[in-house]
Write a protein that binds this ligand. Structure first.
Ligand code: SAM
Length: 330
């Protein structure tokens, strides 16, 4: 059986596919507010072929992302087709989605019925006004909350909420998010801000770190750490009364590159081996030129072998990634 492995011995089984780099939100820390799509979108059958080859090579989990993936018409049928793939163990790959949730309420059940297993919804505030200031879209909060509730009702399990904290901007939301996790029965995960934005505003000082989040949340209610899988990016905590879970993804203060199991395909069909890659690998161009599945698999294996050892955030001489988050697929 094939197993994608890089030169540092890491097994790669987690694939993220960006199906568009367009987005209906203009989050202040992500986009300049003026730019839309910068790269092409491929027909779903092209992503499906790539996914099929990658599942044949050992990928067991596929996450759809963007841009905003729900802007693509045909996503339900795409999920249905992905759900027909089988891993080497004869299992359906796990299928997940990362979305801003704005268009989710209507489509959560159809996605679940098509084979989606899990959803992660991004929210950077739990009050409507602050939410609008961050996303630069009016009245989004109600739509996203409806999306969160529809996802739970549809049985997408667990529903995770991802929140990026920026100092001086939304770190006062930490305890409110704790309350939200408990009331809405969702797992809230805080993500440290990484230098992947269009506006290049990142500084180490703007990052609200794991230690700080823990200390602020503990002022609200005591927490206990829960064991997590080695390849899991989030450290997990539950409130000590047993109600509610939060997670912290700390790529800046506690990097987890040594356990990274991920590769990405961008909306225009480039393979990326790290969020911080300074180049990508043109899988789609090979396909377009008529390469067979075997040739494409050979190309993927070679690219994955050279996956970067780690990122260099905060180090002198840090070279920014060749694309920003919205154009990679977070
Ligand atoms: N539009 C979808 C969404 O909002 O979830 C998917 C794409 S979005 C780029 C994926 C995630 O990346 C979001 O949770 C967003 O907050 C996060 N993100 C964007 N820029 C980031 C940065 N510089 N550092 C950390 N996370 C970032």
């Amino acid at each position: 059986m094939l197993n994608l492995t890089d030169n540092f011995g890491r097994s790669i089984h987690d694939l993220r596919i960006s199906i568009t780099d367009r987005c209906n939100y203009k989050c202040v820390y992500c986009r300049t507010g003026t730019n839309g799509a910068a790269y092409a979108e491929l027909p779903f059958e092209d992503y499906l072929r790539m996914a099929r080859i990658l599942v044949g090579l050992g990928i067991t989990k596929i996450r759809l992302t963007g841009g905003e993936p729900l802007l693509r018409k045909g996503i339900v049928e795409f999920v249905r087709d992905l759900a027909k793939l089988r891993t080497a163990h004869g299992k359906k790959p796990e299928i997940a989605l990362t979305t801003n949730g704005h268009l989710l309420a209507e489509i959560a059940q159809p996605l679940k019925d098509a084979g989606l297993d899990r959803v992660t919804i991004s929210m950077d505030a739990v009050d409507p006004e602050r939410f609008a200031r961050i996303t630069r879209v009016p009245n989004g909060y109600e739509s996203v909350l409806a999306g969160v509730r529809a996802s739970r009702k549809a049985g997408l399990d667990p529903v995770k909420i991802n929140c990026v904290l920026l100092r001086g901007f939304n770190e006062d939301q930490i305890a409110n998010f704790g309350k939200f996790a408990r009331e809405e029965q969702v797992v809230v995960r805080f993500i440290e801000f990484m230098p992947l934005e269009e506006d290049r505003v990142w500084t180490p000082e703007i990052v609200v770190t794991l230690d700080e989040i823990l200390s602020r949340m503990s002022e609200y209610l005591p927490l206990e750490e829960i064991a997590h899988e080695r390849s899991e990016t989030a450290r997990r905590y539950r409130f000590s009364d047993g109600v509610g879970e939060i997670g912290i993804i700390a790529p800046v203060s506690h990097p987890f590159c040594g356990h990274c199991s991920r590769i990405r395909i961008t909306s225009d069909g480039k393979l990326r081996t790290c969020l911080f890659s300074v180049w990508d690998h043109d899988l789609h161009e090979l396909m377009r030129r008529g390469a067979t599945d075997d040739k494409l698999a050979e190309f993927i294996v070679k690219v994955v072998e050279k996956k970067e050892e780690r990122h260099h955030i905060g180090e002198p001489g840090f070279v920014p990634a060749s694309r920003t988050m919205v154009h990679i697929g977070g």
